[in-house]
Design a protein around this ligand. Structure first.
Ligand SMILES: [Mn+2]
Length: 311
């Protein structure tokens, strides 16, 4: 598959790379890392990154402005995105060919070429793997590509803590840090929290509820967000903060947005993406998300989380 993808890239003069909505460092990292590798390897090609800008991730890069016409005859590659609905920038279908590169379960096998590796910690790890595979066929790594891929791996592994981290992950991360970028600055950009966020984290620690089976939830209403001057996407950054509570097995943040309540699920063992799917969402077995449309509905989600923790 890697050879087919490389052959296809070589055939096209123009490559447009997408990622998922509500981006995280792996979405940006795999998208931008691949773009940087392709730009360095094929200076004659036009390579673009598209998708709505997320100000929280400006330290990684700013997406390109792309007109509709630019999709004509382009090769479109989508990174880190399990299903079509989650692709950021719906013009992905306007290209000539579509490639999916992802590490989520392949629930929605879209695209003309698909490379899905659920054993990879991150799509950024897969992009490094792709570079390794193609470096004797002209693929070049750059300092900037290394910085972006490292950010993606760090983000999706929770700084190398999650079980998805393998010896290959460490091996690739080790290769990546041999490139010239400021790792300390990158970690600060990824993990420093503004003072209002630390206060909101305090609210989360004070208000989460956990039962004897280790099922925990916290509800963050619009009013709460307003009182901390925080946005829903800022609140979702705190989801992992409950993970170090002794005895916790699975947990959920309910974050009220304009017309919906985002359900952000995390787990240390019980499979929670089935719960997400039940509510029209999806994700990994231990990290998933969905949306519900009333606070009554959140009660049913809580029952579901408690059930998987009891099993
Ligand atoms: Mn990912």
């Amino acid at each position: 598959m890697k050879q087919q993808i490389l052959d296809t890239i070589q055939k096209y003069d123009k490559v447009i790379i997408h990622r998922h909505v509500r981006p995280d460092p792996d979405a940006y990292g795999s998208q931008g890392g691949l773009a940087e590798i392709l730009k360095a390897s094929f200076p004659d090609k036009e390579v673009y990154v598209t998708g709505e800008r997320d100000p929280e991730l400006d330290f990684l890069f700013l997406p390109d402005a792309i007109s509709d016409e630019m999709f004509q005859g382009a090769l479109v590659i989508v990174c880190d995105t399990a299903n079509l609905e989650r692709i950021c920038d719906e013009r992905y279908s306007r290209g000539e060919r579509l490639i999916k590169i992802d590490h989520h379960p392949n629930e929605d096998p879209y695209g003309d070429l698909l490379w899905v590796n659920t054993d990879a910690s991150s799509t950024s790890e897969m992009i490094y793997d792709f570079y390794e595979f193609g470096k004797n066929q002209g693929l070049k790594m750059t300092n900037e590509a290394a910085r972006l891929l490292f950010a993606g791996i760090v983000g999706d592994t929770g700084r190398f803590q999650y079980p998805s981290t393998t010896s290959q992950t460490f091996h690739y991360a080790g290769e990546l840090i041999s490139y010239d970028f400021d790792r300390t600055e990158l970690f600060n950009q990824m993990y420093e929290l503004k003072p209002h966020m630390i206060k909101l984290q305090g609210y989360v620690y004070e208000h989460y509820v956990m039962n004897e089976d280790g099922a925990a939830t916290v509800k963050i209403t619009k009013e709460t967000l307003e009182s901390f001057s925080a946005t829903p996407s800022e609140a979702s950054i705190l989801v992992s903060s409950l993970g170090n509570i002794k005895g916790i097995k699975a947990w959920c943040f309910f974050i009220e947005e304009k017309d919906e309540i985002r359900v952000r699920l995390r787990s240390k063992g019980p499979v929670i993406n089935k719960i997400a799917m039940k509510y029209g969402g999806g994700g990994h077995p231990l990290a998933a998300g969905a949306s519900v449309y009333s606070w009554e509905e959140t009660e049913q989600v809580i029952v579901d989380i408690q059930a998987v923790c009891k099993e």
